[in-house]
Write a protein that binds this ligand. Sequence first.
Ligand SMILES: NC(=O)c1ccc[n+]([C@@H]2O[C@H](COP(=O)([O-])OP(=O)(O)OC[C@H]3O[C@@H](n4cnc5c(N)ncnc54)[C@H](OP(=O)(O)O)[C@@H]3O)[C@@H](O)[C@H]2O)c1
Ligand SMILES: *[C@@H]1O[C@H](CO)[C@@H](O)[C@H](O)[C@H]1NC(C)=O
Length: 302
Amino acid sequence: MMRLMWVGLVVLLGSVGIGVYWSHDGFDPESIRGATVVITGCSTGIGEEMTYQYARLGAKILITARRENRLKEVVAKAKSLGAQEAHYVAGDMGKAEDCERTIQTAKEKFGRLDYLVLNHAGSSLGSVDERAAKLQTWDQDLDMDFYADFVDINLISYVRLASLALPLLKESSGHIVVMGSLGGKITFPYFSYMTTAKFGLDGFFGALRVELMKTKQNVSVSYVVPGFIRTAGAEEMVKKLPGGEKMLETAAPVKETAYTIIRGGATRTREIYVPSYTWVISRIRMFPGWLQDYLILNVFSP
Ligand SMILES: NC(=O)c1ccc[n+]([C@@H]2O[C@H](COP(=O)([O-])OP(=O)(O)OC[C@H]3O[C@@H](n4cnc5c(N)ncnc54)[C@H](OP(=O)(O)O)[C@@H]3O)[C@@H](O)[C@H]2O)c1
Ligand SMILES: *[C@@H]1O[C@H](CO)[C@@H](O)[C@H](O)[C@H]1NC(C)=O
């Protein structure tokens, strides 16, 4: 009996120790106070929520999206929550000049840049959510104009913005946070355009990360691997799917997701898995091909 209690105690202390070790990432919320942050895609969703959380931590924020009326509201709320400064640039990140204007404005307003959070997602050719909800294969719905535009907005503009911001980020030993996806680690049917962009981001920013290390430049690169996050947009899309209501129950809350990303960016975390189950699912790439295909087709595909 005594022995069993000792074993129990050792196991308990051991697991608490491991838990503390894993959760201790040295995040100091105070490090965000006064930090300068550019976030893209903030008129709604995870970007909007990250804006409010950076604001509460006392950051100086510049946000972008296309809808100016929404940006005005988000900036006003960010100020009321405690942002030291909050500005917006209304623009289309698919356009080179709007990317240039965004980074130029950050330079003029702040004179330095600590965080570049690349988060926007969309298409200039209609709603991506509506397209996604149709669950059609590439072959059933192939549209090269949509594809090229999607890659421009969701991949090339991320590279452009990071390239424009690098001189500023180097000066301040800054951070780049890239919103990837579980669809940037494993491939799903019906989302070929999305997996193209998200794998592409992992490819480009993975190379940039090691190049920065190799040339001893102190700019960190974090690639975020979100699972299904309960944003208004995601909710709309999923409701149109068969069994969508059930899927919603498994979606992760936006608030926790935004906090995990901010924390991971600040602690220079290489890859941010949120919720953490996305780490486990990403590991299926290590399995033999036939098993990967079986799991994708029978377990993980909508
Ligand atoms: N929600 C999820 O379950 C989930 C899962 C995996 C990955 N992610 C990734 O996480 C990020 C945020 O997702 P979310 O669900 O929060 O997205 P969302 O709700 O659809 O918001 C996307 C934001 O991007 C902006 N945007 C779209 N096209 C733009 C353009 N051409 N130029 C500038 N801004 C543009 C939109 O604003 P305007 O329309 O006003 O321009 C909006 O503010 C994305 O990179 C997404 O791929 C999300
Ligand atoms: C890199 O920058 C961070 C601050 O963002 C700093 O804590 C760290 O010491 C720097 N590392 C090197 C090698 O200069």
